[in-house]
Design a protein around this ligand. Structure first.
Ligand code: GLC
Length: 640
């Protein structure tokens, strides 16, 4: 087999011939899409695999996979593709609202999720992220993040057919279905994993398996330990065979999550096939799990290497051929400089915003919004056609991924500051309002992360008088900085930590289960009762959600800072300073005491402003007092 040429034009005819040999002639639409996206795909594929003798054959196999997938894509989804292509910025709308939950914990099964659609509509969701729902090992499967088959739904939850029907029902309700695509690793029970261990032809190189510790030791010199409570380092030993010591396999996360080897183009093709399959079930967004880890190279941390980006771009090009409306959301919980590298229309159109999330908690603990303010001014902007997913917390721990160099500029030392935040949020700091639990305490490095529900971290569990207001303040920030706000379902009714995980052997070793409780039916029943925490949070939060949906200034992600000249007040304007017209000014007080903002600070605006949350007129000429943990969303008009 010949290698790939350096010019796409030299290979296009041959690739098309080889692909159609497998799938039959391309239809008109696919012919058009192939012609449009092949010039993008070819050089990416060549950069990754051009040195291999099977490069051309492998690329033809990828194109054949795409053509076959297009042929079986349901017409309703093709119509949906057209709709999205005519409105590519749909996810930048201020009407967007995300929710995330575990299928079993929130609703028992996919059928239960379908029955919850009226509630999702009541809340205003337009985006529903269902946590991993594929077949995975019995017992501990890292909450389903160890996938044994991407084409089978966990039988306890339902079937693939039900998932496709649910996607259609949700779409009719105006809700896009999002699922995890756990593509850095599979479970050790995946058919590919079994075949690889058995050295079945074609599967030997699907994972990274080494005969002894030589290579693992060499790699580990520069790798970070991710789950040190599970196993030291990034490799685990396979059982011994015929009395010989077991080989070593790359496992970044748990010992049963084996990293795929993307240096093998057969892995790329196989995973492209799985993505396309899910796209054809009606999934609209794939949350790309652990995206930073997908490419490894000796002598490097093997995180966020340039090839990771080439892979994402290549996957995008394949998708644009055969499932054009599918989007990627990046899960990169790394240094902020690296997080943004994944966010591009050609890579991940959506991305978690772990920095804003962590720094919101930082501001609440320190009563000092400077790090968050700096991040909003400096690190919030994204390329057109992309958006942050802004969340208060998710199913994972909070890791303090701010940039030490940013912190140093305002006199904050990264290392002791992270220690303080950990102590504060796990309840070890005197006077703390938080009731979190440590996750992956690493005595070697002093590193740790924090888990807990929003209400427990914010002080509701501890009975702190500011607890409920902090829950609302944190959400008010996530709802007003642009992109897609994402609520962890249960947080909208102030759900507290659930310590029962510690009694279940499958979850006891992973403290993240403390903030993944079952759907709190009792709290949902109280959601209109203003004498309860659930009712207070739900009523206020749903009012903010409705307000956001009526506020066009909240569309997109454009934002500029506003210096409120007060040590506890965060300030920003939406959409931003370049518009002369009205805009929304957000002011948020993270302190436990009221904050008085002087009239001179607001003198750049016309005196008459509107508080869009309560609809009242506000006279800026007299200054503004924010209560403890209070905030305002003001429509203001800058003076000419
Ligand atoms: C991501 C998931 C996390 C999981 C890990 C390994 O970080 O969010 O829950 O443990 O990937 O798949």
């Amino acid at each position: 087999m010949p290698r790939l040429n350096t010019e796409w034009s030299a290979d296009i005819a041959e690739i098309r011939r080889l692909a159609t040999e497998r799938t039959g002639p391309f239809d008109d639409a696919f012919t058009r899409r192939f012609a449009q996206h092949f010039p993008t795909l070819h050089p990416l594929f060549a950069a990754l695999y051009g040195h291999r003798d099977d490069g051309l054959e492998q690329l033809a196999a990828v194109v054949a996979e795409a053509a076959a997938s297009w042929n079986s894509r349901p017409d309703t989804l093709k119509a949906h593709d057209d709709e999205r292509e005519s409105n590519p910025d749909w996810f930048l709308s201020n009407r967007m609202l995300g929710g995330v939950c575990y299928v079993d914990r929130f609703a028992g099964s996919l059928a239960g999720i379908r029955d919850s659609i009226p509630y999702f509509q009541e809340l205003g969701l337009t985006y529903l992220h269902l946590m991993p729902l594929f077949e995975s090992p019995e017992g501990n499967s890292d909450g389903g993040y160890a996938v044994s088959s991407y084409r089978k739904v966990d039988p306890a939850l339902g079937t693939m057919e039900e998932l496709a029907n649910l996607a259609a029902d949700l779409r009719r309700a105006g809700i896009s279905l999002v699922v995890d695509f756990i593509f850095n690793h599979t479970s050790n029970e995946h058919e590919w994993a079994r075949n690889a261990v058995a050295a079945e032809p074609g599967y030997e190189d699907f994972y990274l398996i080494f005969p002894d510790r030589t290579m693992p030791d060499a790699y580990e010199l520069t790798l970070r330990e991710i789950f040190p409570e599970d196993h030291a380092g990034s490799f685990v030993q396979l059982p011994s065979v015929d009395g010989r010591p077991g080989r070593w396999i790359w496992a970044t996360f748990h010992h049963f999550q084996w990293d795929l080897n993307y240096a093998n183009p057969a892995v790329f093709r196989a995973m492209a096939g799985e993505m396309l399959f899910l796209a054809n079930q009606g999934i609209e967004v794939l949350r790309l799990d652990a995206v930073a880890f997908i490419w490894k190279r000796l002598g490097t941390p093997s995180e966020s290497l340039p090839e990771a980006h080439l892979l994402l771009r290549a996957f995008n090009a394949v998708l644009r051929m055969a499932a054009p409306s599918l989007l990627f959301k990046s899960e990169a919980i790394v240094h902020p400089d690296e997080v943004v590298q994944y966010v591009a229309p050609e890579e991940c159109q959506l991305s978690y915003n772990p920095l804003q999330m962590a720094l919101t908690w930082d501001a609440l603990a320190t009563r000092d919004p400077r790090l968050l303010q700096q991040a909003l001014v400096r690190r919030h902007a994204l390329p057109p056609g992309t958006a942050w997913v802004n969340y208060v917390r998710n199913h994972d721990d909070i890791s303090w991924t701010f940039a030490d160099e940013d912190a140093a500029e305002i006199g904050i030392h990264g290392y002791p500051h992270r220690r303080f935040l950990n102590d504060f949020y796990v309840g070890r700091y005197p006077g703390t309002f938080a009731r979190g639990v440590p996750f992956q305490d690493n005595p070697k490095t002093g590193d740790a992360r924090v888990t807990g529900t929003t209400a427990s971290l914010a002080g509701v569990e501890a009975g702190d008088p500011g607890g409920i207001d902090r829950v609302l303040l944190a959400h008010a920030i996530a709802l007003s900085t642009g992109g897609v706000p994402l609520i962890y379902l249960g947080d909208e009714v102030a759900q507290l930590n659930d310590y029962s995980y510690a009694r279940n052997p499958d979850t006891a070793g992973d403290s993240r289960w403390v903030h993944r409780p079952e759907r709190p039916a009792d709290l949902y029943a109280q959601r209109e009762d203003l004498t309860t925490a659930a009712g207070k949070v739900f009523t206020a939060l749903t009012h903010l959600i409705r307000t956001r949906k009526e506020t066009p200034e909240f569309a997109g992600g454009r934002l500029s800072g506003f210096d409120a000249r007060h040590r506890s007040v965060l300030g920003y304007q939406r959409p931003g300073a370049t518009d002369a017209a009205a805009r929304i000014l957000v002011l948020a007080n993270v302190d436990d005491h009221p904050a008085v903002i002087r009239a001179t600070v607001l003198a750049g605006f016309e005196a008459g402003a509107i508080d869009i949350v309560d609809g009242e007129r506000v006279d800026l000429a007299v200054g503004l007092t924010l209560p403890a943990h209070g905030f305002v969303w003001l429509r203001v008009v800058p003076l000419a």
